[in-house]
Design a protein around this ligand. Structure first.
Ligand code: ADP
Ligand code: MG
Length: 549
């Protein structure tokens, strides 16, 4: 129209639009996530102004997002009742690349293109690529907006993303912004309600304002983690868990975290009821896992590895912080001091939670430990800051517990036999097999408790503990014990007989053994296998052999 003024985009704009259109084409659906995220931001700003009892603000109507599509014409409309924009704001916000994140995105894209790599889907997920992503799916966009400042004028902004845009005043009743466009032929699918619903569910399900498609609200749940813990209903929380984890079972337990301080974030974290299949059968599965990272209620990364150390990545859930920008890149996420701080706090909260479970709900803890104990033990050799806390979480069956019953190292030390100075362990494939071992005879006679290690990883982690409460940990194969102190000399062969038997054994076994010696550890069995002082425990040797195959 004649009243429309024409403007030029700022210099980098053309380049940005070009890049977006040509590199995001594999993920065109991103445009909707971006428009919803902007609408949600605008609603947040409006709500803030309303809450701060500002008189000069239009407070009418609901805070919501409405999407209307028409599959025949391919028309797409998204409208919010948020803060809106004045003419100056339109020029400042939609005519320049102001965000450093967007520039960072461009840099990464260029780098990837140079190396001829295909575009990494994760890369897109981690950048807010912004309003301009809409030009992937359309040739022309119309933005009609009215600022929430009382008495504001409405404005229409139109652009085909080709270097210029126009602005003109319009009559507009409602506060907020309406963005409309016609989808390019090849993107008509986004005018199908089912498709729009799918995308909303995928990226924006927990946006805290209603997203209406026609007259239906699509985002089924609010951001549960933003609510105070006391307002969380178990059913809701369970449903949320199933949604984010694709588990059909209820979680074993959940933890709500709300931290304000050096960093601020909220988190809702879950222990699954059993170890996910991929963790059991897929090598390297832990490396790829992590909770979802949200920034201000917008999903940034589906599996954010940087939020938890590897040994805690069986925990699933959501972490939402205000301290990162929506446009944050993966590199920035990784190296950000904010993330390091969040990881540190979460780790300590999780270990504290497990400890509380152990004390207050021992049955639950037992289930937890059976499912995830093996993974947890990785931390003993990787997280030295929390090693002491992890050691307290360790549980063992022993020669004095029933099957499936556990003791802690503290309990073990607390009930050590008189004069016992070491913590003894025995490793093997099964409890029954271990209990039948001749090396246990001496300990049984002496009424000394022995830890029974049947988890294959135990042979790697337990010896590396060295000691607990100043008591050295010792494999019973290596313990320097003398059974003669409990059995009379009577049945001994005598020096000559012993030498004869030993040389016979050496002859028969030959190279298969390092040595044959007279044993002081046996009570009623005639022979046993032991390891040399500086050699591996025999179970460790077995496991190592298995791994080399
Ligand atoms: P970002 O959201 O990271 O700031 P965008 O390119 O998505 O970058 O949006 C640019 C700016 O345009 C926003 O910061 C905001 O000021 C303005 N804007 C976009 N959409 C809306 C909207 N629906 N309501 C009000 N302002 C908006
Ligand atoms: Mg945005």
């Amino acid at each position: 129209t004649s009243s429309a003024k024409q403007f030029e985009y700022k210099a980098e704009m053309k380049q940005l639009l070009d890049l977006i259109v040509h590199s995001l084409y594999t993920h065109p659906e991103i445009f909707l996530r971006e428009l919803i995220s902007n609408a949600s931001d605008a609603l947040g700003k409006a709500r803030f102004r309303m809450l701060s009892s500002d008189e000069g603000i239009d407070k009418s109507g609901d805070l919501k997002i409405t999407i209307t599509v028409d599959k025949e014409s391919g028309n797409f409309v998204i409208e919010d009742t948020g803060i809106g924009m004045s003419e100056e704001e339109l020029i400042a916000n939609l005519g320049t690349v102001a965000k450093s994140g967007t520039l960072g995105f461009m840099e990464s894209l260029k780098a990837q293109q140079k190396e001829g790599q295909p575009l990494d889907a994760n890369l897109i997920g981690q950048f807010g690529v912004g309003f301009y992503s809409v030009f992937m799916v359309t040739d022309e966009v119309t933005v009609e907006t009215k600022s929430a400042e009382a008495g504001s004028q409405g404005w229409r902004w139109v652009s085909s993303g080709q270097g210029t845009y126009t602005i003109e005043p319009i009559e507009r009743e409602a506060r907020g912004t309406k963005i409309s466009f016609t989808l390019k032929e090849e993107f008509k699918e986004f005018a199908e309600e089912y498709r729009v619903e799918q995308i909303i569910k995928k990226y924006s399900n927990f946006v805290e304002y209603p997203i209406m498609l026609g007259s239906r609200q699509i985002n089924s749940m609010t951001a549960l983690w933003q609510r105070p813990k006391s307002e969380l209903k178990e059913e809701e929380v369970n449903e949320f868990y199933k949604f984010i984890s694709n588990d059909y079972k209820e979680p074993l337990d959940y933890l709500h975290v709300s931290v304000e301080g050096v960093v601020s974030f909220k988190a809702l974290l879950f222990i699954p009821s059993e170890a996910p299949m991929e963790l059991l059968y897929q090598q390297g599965a832990l490396e790829k896992r992590g909770p979802q990272l949200y920034v201000k209620k917008v999903l940034i990364q589906h599996e954010c590895r940087d939020l938890l150390p590897e040994y805690l990545r069986f925990v699933s859930g959501v972490v939402d912080t205000e301290d990162l920008s929506l446009n944050v890149s993966r590199e920035l996420v990784q190296s950000s001091p904010v993330m390091a701080k969040i990881r540190q706090i979460l780790t300590s909260k999780l270990l504290g939670w497990f400890d509380t479970l152990a004390k207050e709900q021992p049955e639950k803890f037992r289930t937890f430990y059976k499912a995830f104990g093996t993974i947890l033990k990785i931390g003993l050799n990787t997280d030295f800051t929390n090693r002491d806390k992890l050691i307290e979480l360790l549980r063992f069956e022993t020669t004095k517990t029933g099957e499936g019953e556990y003791v802690t190292l503290k309990q073990y030390v607390g009930r050590m036999a008189e004069g016992q100075e070491e913590i003894y362990y025995h490793s093997g494939n099964s409890r029954a097999q271990m209990l039948a071992h001749p090396n246990l005879e001496y300990f049984r006679k002496k009424d000394i408790e022995v830890l029974l290690l049947s988890d294959p990883v135990d042979v790697f982690v337990i010896p590396s503990l060295f000691e607990y409460e100043k008591k050295p940990l010792k494999s019973i194969e290596k313990a320097e014990i003398d059974a003669s102190t409990i059995e009379p000399e009577a049945e001994k062969l005598g020096a000559e007989g012993t030498v004869g038997v030993i040389s016979l054994f050496k002859e028969v076994l030959g190279e298969r053994v390092a040595d044959v010696v007279e044993s002081k550890r046996l009570v009623s069995s005639p022979v046993t296998l032991v390891s040399a002082k500086d050699a591996m425990d025999s179970q460790m040797e077995k496991v190592m052999k298995m791994m080399q195959q």
